[in-house]
Design a protein around this ligand. Structure first.
Ligand code: MRU
Length: 352
């Protein structure tokens, strides 16, 4: 089995001015590294989930806007800025829910604004180092989340996770998988259950694969088996990632997370959201302020099947995310510490 941990989820290659990503739509059957050079190709890769996971799409967009900036030939600052803004809005339109996408693009624009009217070459140097910082800081951020999360566990525990908030969704460690990887290094012997995560199977195709690559004891289950493994007493904690957290602690994550949280409450299992502060949206007061991406019906009816699995033309509802209500969440684990209820206060303190 290829060790996926030896490959970068997102990287800038200066030798040919490209963004390199692993094409996650092909995993685990094929490992293909894509070299993306145009804004359109980067937009398409984000939209179609070749690169996915909130922090990874933020990092990919930061690299994308830098590569686009290199193509803007004018020495005129205002023209440069307006073409930069146009590209930023275009990339931000690829996916609406993960706030990390706009967070990373805003950060790149802030860097441009801080440069002011200096020469084009220095601006590009500055944008390059910002994109690289977004990538490298993510590693430390995830590691810190993992260290905090590990303090909430005990050796030998059964852990359940949903979707892929792993290395493939970040640069290294993942968010929800960070305690699992750190625990693996330190002999915690976790038994991990990965929900398959319908309809796009990020849990089956990506989480189970990357955990296996690292030698973690992982068991793949269909989404509708989570209740049974909880009832069996096999799960002592749930860790998931998130795409956007509102200031009252409501957390949007992959569709199905809400159901897992409701089940965890039923069986008195702590339910933790792992969230870099780049996923916390100061502008969203509650989950009602979070836009939920709707995706194509064929993801539900036919995408993973040889034959369509439903009647042609059937009405389909395919929201990519749901919002877990804050009262179902035991704690939100960030790189700056663990926020407990009341989240209005604890998240505001963390975001100071
Ligand atoms: O549609 P996806 O695969 O991008 O959804 C990803 C998730 O829901 C992840 O859990 C979330 O982005 C957190 S990644 C650290």
């Amino acid at each position: 089995m290829v060790n996926i941990h030896e490959y970068d989820t997102v990287a800038l290659d200066h030798s040919d001015d490209s963004l390199t990503i692993i094409d996650q739509t092909l995993l685990p059957n094929e490992l293909k590294i894509l070299r993306l050079k145009t804004l359109e190709d980067i937009w398409e890769a984000i939209k179609t989930l070749r690169v996915r996971g909130a922090p990874a799409i933020g990092a990919a967009a930061a690299c994308g806007i830098y590569l686009r900036a290199k193509e803007i030939s004018t020495e005129h600052y205002d023209t440069f800025h307006s073409q930069f803004t146009e590209a930023k809005e275009y990339l931000a339109s690829a996916r609406p829910t993960a706030v990390n996408l706009t967070w990373a693009l805003d950060r790149m624009e802030q860097r441009l604004l801080l440069c002011g009217k200096i020469d084009r070459k220095s601006i590009l140097e500055s944008l390059k180092s910002e994109a690289e910082a977004i990538i490298s800081e993510d590693i430390e951020t995830c590691k810190k989340i993992g260290e905090y999360a590990l303090t909430l566990t005990q050796k030998g525990w059964g852990l359940l996770t949903h979707c892929n908030a792993g290395k493939l969704a970040t640069i290294r460690y993942g968010t929800a998988t960070a305690p699992i990887y750190l625990g693996q290094e330190r002999g915690y012997n976790f038994k991990v259950y990965a929900d398959e995560t319908r309809p796009l199977l990020q849990g089956a195709r990506l989480t189970a694969y990357e955990l296996m690559s690292a030698g973690v004891d992982v068991t793949l289950i269909c989404d509708n088996m989570a209740a049974t493994v909880m009832k069996n007493g096999w799960i002592q904690a749930v860790f998931t990632g998130c795409d956007r957290v509102s200031m009252n602690g409501d957390a949007a994550n992959k569709i199905g997370t809400l159901g897992v949280a409701i089940l965890a409450k039923r069986y008195n299992i702590p339910f933790y959201i792992c969230a870099p502060t780049s996923s916390i949206d100061r502008k969203a007061k509650t989950g009602a302020d979070i836009v939920i991406e709707q995706r194509s019906p064929d993801e539900v009816t036919s995408m993973w099947y040889v034959e369509p699995m439903s009647a042609k033309g059937v009405k389909v509802y395919n929201p990519a995310f749901d919002v877990t209500d804050h009262d179902l969440i035991t704690a939100i684990i960030t790189e700056k510490g663990i926020a407990y209820p009341a989240f209005n206060k604890s998240l505001a303190d963390i975001m100071k």
